[in-house]
Write a protein that binds this ligand. Sequence first.
Ligand code: HEC
Length: 109
Amino acid sequence: MKKYFFIYFLILFFQSSYIEASANYDAGKSKAQTCIACHGVNGNSTNKMYPKLAGQYKDYLVYVLQEYKSGNRKNAIMNGFASNLTEQDINDLSLYFSKQKGLEVLPSK
Ligand code: HEC
């Protein structure tokens, strides 16, 4: 009996950590409202000062937001914004922007 309880809690534990880590598109969309002032609607910035986020690889966005958050990549504006983001926010935002039409992978020659 004890053994089953252990397995049950093990499943519960991994399941909840999986849900926490998985990205949510709709949550990303609403969180992105703070970003569009600079990065443009859907992440399609029209101002060269602000990089386009639309269509960027999700993994890159996650990575670079973590770098801003930790301070490894320095930018006064983005360090401030990223420091307020949780891991969940980073996942949601990165999923949302990566799914927007924007940057495209160049065809290989
Ligand atoms: C006040 C303007 C402003 C706002 C608001 C803003 N950013 Fe930025 N963002 C910038 C600037 C400027 C850069 C370029 C910084 C640099 O050179 O490192 C940048 C860079 C980035 C990059 C790196 C892009 C690349 O190609 O390397 C990401 C990702 C990013 N921002 C995400 C976000 C997210 C997500 C939000 C909303 C939570 C946000 N930004 C809000 C101004 C802003």
